[in-house]
Design a binder for this molecule. Sequence first.
Ligand code: IVH
Length: 674
Amino acid sequence: MDQAKAKQEINSLREDLNKYNYKYYVLDQPSVSDAIYDQKMQSLRQLEEQFPQFITSDSPTQRVGGEALDAFEKVQHQVPMLSLSNAFNESDLRDFDRRVKDGLGVERVMYVCELKIDGLAVSLRYENGLFTQGATRGDGTTGEDITSNLRTIRSIPLRIKETDTIEVRGEAFMPQKSFLALNEAKEENGEDPFANPRNAAAGSLRQLNPKIAAKRNLDIFLYAVGQWESGTLTAHSERLHYLSTLGFKTNPEWQKCATIDEVINYVNEWVTKRTNLHYEIDGIVIKVDQLAYQDQLGTTAKSPRWAIAYKFPAEEAITKLHDIELSVGRTGVVTPTAVLDPVKVAGTTVQRASLHNEDLIHEKDIRMNDTVVIKKAGDIIPEVVRVMIDERDGTEKPYHMPSQCPACSSELVRLEEEVALRCINPNCPAQVKEGLTHFVSRNAMNIDGLGEKVIEQLFEANLVKSIADIYQLKRDELLPLERMGEKSVDNLLQAIEVSKSNSLERLLFGLGIRFVGSKAAKTLAIHFETMDQLEQASYDELVAVKEIGDKMADSIVRYFSEEEVKELLHDLKALNLNMTYLGLKPKTEELNDSPFYEKTIVLTGKMKELTRPEAKEKIELLGGKVTGSVSKKTSLVIAGEDAGSKLDKANNLGITTWDEQQLIDALKEKNETN
Ligand code: IVH
């Protein structure tokens, strides 16, 4: 066969296979027999082997490709992947409706109701029509690149007819049947089964070898668009239609609702209908349909104001409480946990439930050996709802907290106005372990491969007793430990090394200073810039910082005055840990004469020198608020090239407008361009 003929044949086979694939995996309507499908796939494989110059990444033969990865790369989301606030009953939904209408100043809003698929949020990026990157949600700002695993999901098209860069978002999930089959196979092999389909889907997509994901029969429903430069549609429902025309799998059950009563009907219908689905849902998502309204309502730090997730009522179950165990947290708080006979609730097996503190145990009159009703709060955290008093047979025993720490036997204390009992021994091993786990955690130093279990292992092996020890671990000490292969040891040491150059706020948060959360750590890092300057700051200097209250200031001064802390910081410095803030710095003292201070600003059109997120960040650092849509409240509209309706609207309303150069000049003047 000559090249031209081969190319033609390859194209025609791909077209057929893509069509069959679409019908089978996206529409659930098989159109040819397996035999025909396999035969065409085989022919295509043979031709591609003969003419490898024609292999392209979007060929149906290339879904499962390449080698296993060493680790996932990080992906920065251009548009944050937010989560949703929750509604648990009809009145929460009516409140949401009121908030939306009041926020918009209108009396009628169109809603779209969708099933809330219980899987894992992912984002798919297409450039020039080609699927180029797939990522997890991660913390909403940074996710992980799981492209090769997502490529194995047959309902994800590798090529679409949209040449604009577009990022679509949806939920990857494992259908119930595949989940049951997978767990059966796992149990046969003597492996631990997955607790629920969501964990199974997440576990499959976090495999470094795409061949494993390929065998897991994952599927996906797309429900949103992230970044899309020149998107012109005006309603969410139009986007859902458009996603289907592009060949994406969207959930067919969505419905437009013109009133909140219609929404409530939809929700109630699905409370019973959900059991008939072949995948799990944990609620209903309600979204404002009009995109202009969505823009106008905007978002809070975590979730959009234009959408809400109705969570189905928590399932309850009855079981026996046969013991109460105690654990000691990072700050010394001793927490009682109920140990239960295993029982299935809302998809997972529950064996433990936090009892929070002694007062709560007595309030609910929970006794050892009681029969108890449990549920999962927000469908996640197991909780004892009440005791079934009628089931008591006299063998139940009231519970009293011990007076000594279960980990180090120090006398426990009850601090003023606190319900909790605390161990105040700073060397209590349980507290030390918890402190180390906190130090390496995601929002702190973010050391991959150092989770709670590994910390426990290192602690028990006497290798890590303090934070500084983490940075002195040696390859030879780690290798003899259980589950520590050459590769994992190298990866771990590498991750530890990388963490040394984290910006100051991560270290600060990781130290676990009382009352200093990750947000306060950032405020402090921005303000004081270096650990030394923070260490020397007085109480007065600290409370002078916006958002730092007296309790926190007090705790910080006390923390840095301790001899052990001074030693620790000295050691960490000697080990080359960065102690400086590395992020952008707002010039707070200059905010008052900033042209953006307390102004509401809209960015529109294409920028040449700055990306939109960059421009937004810089403006915000100078005290401005960047919103999505132009209204009477807008103070300034900055229009790049080809600005459309937003610029027109600004002109109609007589709002000041700037071009990109004016923005850059203003930023330069404020020294914020870099
Ligand atoms: S919309 C900004 N629609 O629920 C809003 N989310 O609690 C983005 N989810 O992180 C989400 N089904 O993982 C949306 N039809 C649906 C959904 C859905 C499931 C998940 C998603 C999200 C979480 C929010």
